[in-house]
Design a protein around this ligand. Sequence first.
Ligand code: CTP
Ligand SMILES: C[C@](O)(CO)[C@H](O)COP(=O)(O)O
Length: 250
Amino acid sequence: MSDDSLPSPAGTRAAAVIPAAGRGVRLGPGAPKALRALGGTPMLIHAVRALAASRAVSLVVVVAPPDGAAEVRSLLDAHALPERTDFLVVPGGESRQESVKLGLDALPDGHDIVLVHDAARPLVPVDTVDAVIEAVRDGAPAVVPALPLADTVKEVEPAAVPGAPEPVVATPVRARLRAVQTPQGFDRETLVRAHRTVTDEVTDDAGMVEKLGLGVVVVPGHEEAFKVTRPLDLVLAEAVLARRRLNDGF
Ligand SMILES: Nc1ccn([C@@H]2O[C@H](COP(=O)(O)OP(=O)(O)OP(=O)(O)O)[C@@H](O)[C@H]2O)c(=O)n1
Ligand SMILES: C[C@](O)(CO)[C@H](O)COP(=O)(O)O
């Protein structure tokens, strides 16, 4: 936890919704991804600590695997977490979008800013969390942390048969592209309206706000906020955590 984190001025308390109900199919067989160990501690606990490290975040809502709410509650009780933060656990749904909606439905009054953060991004630094909150406080209805791309991106006509060559349709100008991370931050009313209104499947919450025709802004993301999606990501996460522990002297 960082004492340098953003303070919470009256009237701008933030809540974080952490969707953690995914199975982690791309990571391979095993427990639901959020419950798998990273440095001996469940990935979800790392993500919860990362968000609760911000002094502006007074509530964290964890969206658990549909049949795993009791297990997640026990995990939260068994790990050291900041006392100033409240924690709620609700069961999730079939898609990320549905899980986030279930988390939003559980939010009590009194939080003007809502962050949505993937449990699968366990190592996001608190400075990134605070930068997102600050941009929402400054008046943006929706804020996403993002990084420039290292690879050139091609748009293709997807093959009907997996593995078949795919015709290239276009090469977007890379300098205008960003790879989007979480936590994404929102003026609460905007995010709730987006989840009530937008029915198309989208892959991030800011995309729903875009569909309302509202402005979304990007702030700098962080390399260590990467998403643990495939087995190699877990290797990288273990290495980043080991480096942090070495630097912190424990
Ligand atoms: N029904 C779902 C699906 C996903 N998520 C959450 O959304 C985040 C980002 O999703 P992703 O990395 O795609 O996780 P999974 O859906 O678990 O991965 P996969 O597609 O490989 O199964 C994760 O924290 C995941 O737990 C969720 O809460 N509910
Ligand atoms: C929200 C997200 O992490 C932003 O990059 C991403 O879109 C989640 O996608 P996934 O398909 O659930 O991995």
